[in-house]
Design a protein around this ligand. Structure first.
Ligand code: NAP
Length: 207
């Protein structure tokens, strides 16, 4: 489709939470995007090995986004062998949408490290980068990295929610309701992700 304004929501989504969904919806509205494609990273090469399997993260992302007609989920990075390089995905999308406008949306802290990504300059040419910030985020950090002028900033109060906190809550047997979609919570418990057992009970904690 020519002239399409496509949002690409890049992340590990381990797990996807309401902050991610609010970010995508806010980006869609503020930037006038036609669609937002969620892009779970297959093998995030700058992360530890204890990341949840790509298939589980992909399925949780599908469950979380299914009801929104403007959202979809791409398997492209999940299905690609080897470490996940954003530049490869952006090249493929650019080839599919030669006249489209690509907006790569992700966390500001991830974008802070963009100069360490593979072919960083090409990434910045292929798409407009949108840095989603948590409350109190210090924009001087982007300036210090010399990339403030290269990126759009999206202030998202709901990003007070974080995947790290959600994983810690699961492991400690604390409530995650209203932080992640109910379907994602049930899926994570069913598959024993994040230190929960298959019966929906946290291991070693009281809900
Ligand atoms: P990360 O370092 O785990 O995340 C950094 C921060 O950004 C965290 O606070 C995280 O919060 C937040 N965040 C991540 N994705 C977000 C999103 N879509 N919306 C709002 N906040 C988000 O980052 P990552 O998940 O590994 O990587 C983010 C994206 O950058 C992915 O698409 C990844 O493939 C790409 N990346 C590419 C390269 C490369 O090409 N060489 C290298 C590194 C990263 P939560 O934990 O709550 O999400």
């Amino acid at each position: 489709m020519s002239g399409q304004r496509l949002g690409i929501m890049g992340g590990t989504f381990d797990p996807i939470h309401l902050g991610h969904l609010v970010t995508a919806e806010q980006a869609r509205a503020d930037l006038g995007l036609d669609e937002v494609v969620f892009l779970p990273a297959g093998q995030p090469w700058q992360k530890d090995d204890d990341t949840t399997s790509a298939e589980h993260r992909y399925l949780m992302t599908v469950l979380a986004t299914a009801a929104n007609p403007a959202f979809s989920v791409s398997r492209v990075e999940v299905d690609r062998d080897g470490p996940t390089y954003t530049v490869q995905t952006l090249r493929e999308l650019r080839a599919q949408l030669p006249d489209g406008e690509l907006y790569f949306i992700t966390g500001a802290d991830a974008i802070l490290n963009i100069l360490t990504w593979k072919d960083a300059d090409e990434c910045l040419e292929l798409a407009t980068f949108v840095a989603a910030t948590r409350p109190g985020y210090d924009l001087a950090r982007l300036e210090a990295e010399g990339i403030r002028a290269e990126v759009c900033v999206l202030d998202v109060p709901a990003l007070a929610i974080s995947s790290t906190d959600v994983r810690e809550r699961f492991a400690a047997g604390r409530a995650v309701r209203y932080l992640i979609p109910r379907e994602v919570e049930e899926f994570a418990r069913k598959h024993g992700l994040y230190g929960t057992d298959g019966n929906g009970l946290a291991l070693g904690g009281v809900v």
